[in-house]
Design a protein around this ligand. Structure first.
Ligand code: SF4
Length: 289
């Protein structure tokens, strides 16, 4: 599908409606906010069942997803962030089925990560809507066994609710449940729920943006993958490299794969993806085979 450029709002060449293209995605299909190619190096594709969320902890302060759609809101689009604010349901669900068929033909797995929402978002004023969309997502996951789904949340307590946990238990190893942590406080709160209450066969942790030293070792026996990254762009909060080095050591001791995403920083020159001169991009074999 070709898109005609018009600033950062482009017009879908098939359906002719205007769509915003996040600057980090090279190819997006209409109203899908899906990335055929993505700069998030630990996934193959990004795709979102809906867009929007509510900030719940320090790690959310400069939410990547919210910034990515800021141009839409500046032009009077819907406010998608905050309690009671309507989330936006996306189109393009068939594209995900096509990725699944492609993966089946090639005999490989394709990693898919919803990047502009929290798939376990909860909001008392729109609980029914979010539950309905989440069920649609779960049904799509069941239909697409050749995709490795990376479901990352800051709300593991929602994933642990019986109506979701019972389905997660049936998903099998291609669905990865992950929790974001930014410091020890959020690790202590979220990781016990991830490892003890969510019956996913594969679990991962994203420590990005990493805002403090974290000891993950109490939970690493139940986790297969840890991603670490510093915050980037304007007003980025600094990640001490020693915090990342420490997590790397913890992972090595526990036999857990470690992926160093980025140093971060407000100036691209400060960033890069090297830790002590090395690109460390380990991932579990079972993510792609
Ligand atoms: S939970 Fe994630 S998507 Fe939601 S506001 Fe926080 S950082 Fe953004």
């Amino acid at each position: 599908m070709r898109m005609r450029a018009q600033g950062d709002i482009r017009r879908c060449s098939i359906h002719a409606h205007p769509e915003y293209l996040p600057p980090t995605s090279r190819k997006i299909e209409c109203a899908t906010f899906m990335g055929e190619k993505t700069r998030i190096k630990w996934t193959d594709k990004t795709w979102n069942p809906w867009i929007g969320c509510t900030k719940i902890s320090e790690g959310c302060a400069h939410c990547y997803a919210e910034k990515n759609i800021a141009a839409v809101r500046r032009r009077g689009g819907k406010v998608l962030w905050g309690p009671g604010m309507p989330r936006a349901r996306t189109k393009g669900w068939d594209q995900v089925r096509r990725w699944n068929r492609t993966a089946q033909k090639k005999g490989t797995l394709i990693k898919v990560f919803p990047s502009l929402c929290d798939v376990f978002d909860s909001d008392p004023e729109q609980e029914k809507t979010l539950d309905g969309w989440r069920q649609d997502l779960f049904d799509l996951i069941k239909e697409t066994p050749a995709l490795s789904w990376l479901l990352l949340t800051k709300r593991p307590e929602v994933a642990a609710l019986p109506r979701w946990a019972e389905q997660i238990a049936q998903f099998g190893p291609k669905v990865w449940l992950g929790t974001s942590v930014e410091n020890q406080k959020t690790a202590d709160r979220r990781l016990p729920i991830l490892v003890e209450q969510i019956p996913s066969k594969n679990k991962f942790v994203s420590a990005e943006p990493l805002l403090g030293a974290v000891d993950l070792s109490p939970w690493l026996a139940d986790v297969k993958w840890v991603i670490v990254g510093g915050e980037s762009k304007k007003n980025a909060r600094r990640m001490e490299l020693d915090w990342a080095r420490s997590i790397r050591k913890q992972c090595a001791s526990a036999g857990v794969k470690f992926f160093f995403k980025q140093v971060g920083g407000s100036d691209a020159k400060n960033g890069g993806n090297l830790l002590d001169g090395e690109a460390i991009e380990e991932e579990p074999d079972s993510l792609t085979r």
